[in-house]
Design a protein around this ligand. Structure first.
Ligand SMILES: [Zn+2]
Length: 85
């Protein structure tokens, strides 16, 4: 049985790529019994969606309001936040 730390890592990996069935099953079993991890995963999804929307918005921003350098700084920051899990 996974502990919460392992479940959180696996959940984060699951959002990035498709996991093998046995890993998904382990996560499914854990989240079936652990409300905290279910909440964590929901928040993780929300955060991913929000940062993806923000990223898309930044792509479409006019140069009049934000310089290319600033856009790149923000994109880099978002990317680092994603990678930190
Ligand atoms: Zn848990």
């Amino acid at each position: 049985m996974l502990n919460c730390k392992q479940a959180a890592e696996r959940a984060s990996n699951k959002l990035d790529r498709r996991l093998p069935v046995y890993k998904r099953m382990g996560l499914w079993l854990h989240t079936g019994m652990c409300q905290n991890c279910r909440r964590y995963i929901e928040q993780l999804k929300l955060l991913r969606n929000s940062s993806a929307k923000l990223n898309a918005h930044i792509e479409n921003c006019s140069d009049k309001t934000l310089s290319e350098t600033s856009k790149n700084k923000i994109k880099k920051y978002i990317q680092q936040e994603r990678e930190e899990k």
